[in-house]
Design a protein around this ligand. Structure first.
Ligand code: CA
Length: 248
């Protein structure tokens, strides 16, 4: 069936591969099993899966080597990879993620955790709908043209600031905690700290200039975008003149 996501399981231990495959199939996934790196490569050359579950310790080439190679190949570089490994320490985890793995599961793992991680990675990789253009208190964001402007003046935003602003504008006036923003804007990645949100909110405010006051900090709760900021916006005189002209 077309809608069933396909998962390539690269695992040299048949009992583990079987356990994973049974659980995935039972939950609506199609699975293909590759017992070693050569088989995995042949499978990938033939058909691209929606996700790869890749054992770190394989006979021949390691999962880490395979991850690096697949990430550097234009054909396979977008396929999500979750690494399976018995290695639990931080240095290995970081090495896997640095090589381009999307997530990491330490053996032994529960099938519930496996499914949760697989679904989370697939959700993160799903292309997001562009969404509607929105204007609040003179601030406009258009996902179709990827443009942000305040009172007709174009503003320059980085990709994360754009995504953050889009989320805040689409749920204006609502307060979002840092944890909720991380989940909605960054996806539920374990390696990002809540402090990151503050850094990007600061950058967003700077990029918005005068309109930065629309992004409010709500003490002890988080952030919101509001059309009625506590601190009134100081609109530069030439812009006010321009506004009046367009109104008249
Ligand atoms: Ca193994």
């Amino acid at each position: 069936m077309r809608n069933m996501p396909a998962v390539l399981v690269v695992e040299d231990e048949p009992s583990i591969a079987e356990l994973i495959a049974v659980n995935l199939r039972h939950n609506g996934f199609r699975t293909t099993w590759a017992i070693d790196s050569a088989t995995a490569q042949r499978e990938l050359d033939d058909t691209l899966p929606d996700l790869i579950l890749l054992d770190w310790m394989l006979p021949g080439e390691s999962g880490l080597t395979l991850t690096k190679r697949w990430r550097s190949n234009p054909r396979t570089k977008e396929v999500p990879i979750i690494m399976l490994t018995a290695r639990g320490d931080e240095a290995d985890r970081v090495a896997g993620l640095d090589a381009g793995a999307d997530d990491y599961i330490s053996k032994p793992f529960s099938t519930r955790e496996l499914l949760a991680r697989v679904r989370a990675v697939l959700r993160r990789k799903a292309p997001e709908p562009a969404g509607e253009a929105v204007t609040i208190a003179g601030l406009s964001l258009d996902p179709g043209t990827y443009r942000v402007s305040y009172l007709e003046q174009q503003l320059k935003l980085g990709p994360t600031e754009f995504k953050l602003l889009q989320f805040l504008m689409n749920s204006a006036e609502r307060v979002h905690s840092r944890a909720s923003l991380l989940d909605k804007v960054w996806g539920d990645h374990v390696y990002i700290e809540e402090r990151t949100v503050d850094v990007h909110v600061k950058r967003l405010r700077e990029a918005l200039g005068v309109a930065g006051a629309l992004v409010e900090t709500v003490r002890g709760a988080g952030y919101r975008l509001t059309a009625r900021p506590m601190v009134p916006l100081l609109v530069p005189a030439p812009l006010v003149a321009g506004l009046e002209k367009t109104i008249v």
